[in-house]
Write a protein that binds this ligand. Structure first.
Ligand code: GLC
Length: 528
């Protein structure tokens, strides 16, 4: 695979379609809306767009409960709107990545309706059905990711079905060859339409323990944590056989030219990297969420980056993610000042960066009044603070009443400062986080050292994190002050004659620096 493949040297941008742009005045974003904002994305400089699910769905989990894998939900538009979108994306030289949700369907999917209709139905085995224990209780102790038992009793046929998420999201049985075949056809359907790849939802969940053994208790669990963490997920996910399933999907993509397979995986580094597959026959990019979960200090970040780099199999291409529709907004987690440092980190590390819409304008955590809660997780386990609505609020385009997102009250509230924190206002401000993102992206794209070069750690003293990127003779040094205090980073073994290429404060360009680099609070520098 040449180093200049788009998914290696490009930048992925995630759109949560309900919240990007409403074009028909119903308060929910849609495909025509996305198409109307593509020039913004071109101007921002990203290369590929991943859109969360747009398929027909009862919306129990906002599209992650699919009732037709080959259709478009009318809320988002029509198949014609989709064809229009993909044509417009490609016309601009961008790529389009869809969300593939193969672990579970909606309980309204015709497959599940058939499956639950009788024990003898040919599609019975497309889902996971088990007898109750003799006392009538669920087959094992597995817990749903959204709380409560992961088993739902079905009166009509006297068995339980398994659902790793909502009971409206029954898990599909990937051990069944017919199901696999049907899902491969879904991939082909979209690939034939020209889709450039898939982000595969909860890919590490696809295969469960063949014997459905109980998961062990997690001794470290505390009741203020989600119930799913009360058990160690030893048997319910990350099973060896999953790698065959993923290689099977990968073979379908490989029948086409230059497509990408991205896997959603929340696992420790040593397990995560196994998802590249045997001889790299798995996901091209097993999503690396470590920056989302990291303690935000130089020591922790430097440790996780170096550990990840060291763990990558030969030939595997790294990737980094700062936020997504399931996680707290980065600006809320580490603060608006450090969010600028995080942007520089994401866009200078070795590996494909995935940005989450709105992070480039510093969207905060938006408080959701109780009567406007949408997320089923928040409804199931209220008050723990794990609800995902605060990170799914509408994109803020301008200072108008509904921020240019819609002409009516949006499905989730806008941020409190949307009159100021919007694309239009921040574009006019040459020191804004949006201006920083634009410059970082431009710099990455025009600098092979940053886009595809090698990575070498540079030891420094806390609270700075530094590294070197090299490509041929070229050198770039990145120094990040991961704290709110001024500091001087003493860099050992770095090239002479370094000058500032970019500061997170968007000044100092051209300034000469020596081995002792003075950093202001929350300042990151690219030197070269
Ligand atoms: C993934 C999605 C999340 C969804 C879950 C179940 O983690 O990102 O939004 O709720 O899978 O499909």
């Amino acid at each position: 695979m040449p180093a200049n493949t788009w998914w290696k040297n490009g930048i992925v941008y995630q759109i949560y379609p309900r919240s990007f742009q409403d074009s028909n005045g119903d308060g929910v974003g849609d495909l025509r809306g996305i198409a109307s904002r593509l020039d913004y994305l071109v101007d921002l400089g990203i290369n590929a767009v991943w859109i969360s699910p747009i398929f027909p769905s009862p919306m129990a989990d906002f599209g992650y409960d699919v009732s037709d894998y080959c259709g478009i939900h009318p809320l988002f538009g029509s198949m014609e709107d989709f064809d229009h979108l993909i044509a417009e994306v490609h016309r601009r030289g961008l790529k389009l990545i869809l969300d593939f949700v193969p672990n579970h369907s909606s309980d309204r999917h015709p497959w599940f309706k058939e499956s639950r209709s009788s024990r003898n139905n040919p599609k019975r085995d497309w889902y996971i059905w088990r007898d109750p224990k003799p006392d009538g209780s669920p087959p094992n102790n597995w817990v749903s990711n959204f709380g409560g038992s992961a088993w739902q009793f079905d009166e009509a046929t006297g068995q339980y079905y398994y659902h790793a998420f909502l009971k409206e999201q029954p898990d599909l049985n990937w051990r069944n060859p017919e199901l696999r075949q049907a899902m491969h056809n879904v991939l082909r359907f979209w690939l034939d339409k020209g889709v450039d790849g898939f982000r595969v939802d909860v890919i590490w969940h696809l295969i469960k323990d063949a014997q459905f053994r109980d998961n062990p208790r997690n001794p470290a669990w505390h009741p203020d944590r989600p119930e799913i963490e009360s058990l160690l997920q030893v048997h319910s996910n990350d099973q060896e056989e999953v790698h065959d399933v993923i290689a099977g999907m990968r073979r379908i993509l490989d029948e086409y030219k230059d497509r990408v397979l991205i896997g959603e995986i929340y696992l420790p580094t040593d397990r995560l990297v196994t998802y590249y597959g045997k001889d790299l026959s798995g996901a091209h990019l097993p999503f690396n969420f470590q920056l989302i979960q990291a303690a935000w200090n130089a020591r922790a970040i430097s440790h996780l980056v170096n550990e990840y780099e060291a763990a990558l199999p030969e030939g595997a291409w790294p990737n980094w993610v700062l936020g997504n529709h399931d996680q707290p907004r980065i600006a809320a987690r580490i603060g608006a000042e450090q969010a600028r440092v995080a942007a520089m980190l994401l866009l200078t590390l070795r590996g494909t960066p995935t940005m989450y819409y709105g992070d480039e304008i510093g969207l905060p955590r938006v408080e959701i009044p109780p009567n406007r809660v949408q997320d089923p997780w928040e409804k199931n386990e209220p008050g723990l603070g794990f609800g995902r609505d605060p990170a799914r609020t509408p994109m803020q385009w301008d200072g108008s009443t509904f921020a240019g997102f819609s002409t009516v009250q949006p499905w989730l509230p806008l941020g409190p400062d949307h009159e100021h924190d919007n694309v239009e206002a921040l574009s006019r401000d040459s020191g804004s986080i949006l201006s920083l993102y634009r410059q970082l992206i431009r710099l990455r794209r025009s600098t092979p050292e940053l886009a595809i070069g090698d990575y070498h750690p540079i030891p420094t003293e806390s609270p700075a994190f530094a590294f070197l990127r090299t490509y041929g003779e070229g050198r770039r040094v990145v120094v990040l002050n991961v704290s709110g205090e001024p500091t001087a980073a003493k860099l050992v073994s770095v090239p002479d004659g370094l000058r500032v290429k970019l500061s997170t404060y968007l000044d100092r360009v051209g300034e000469a620096v020596g081995v002792n680099v003075a950093l202001r609070p929350n300042e990151g520098l690219v030197l070269g």
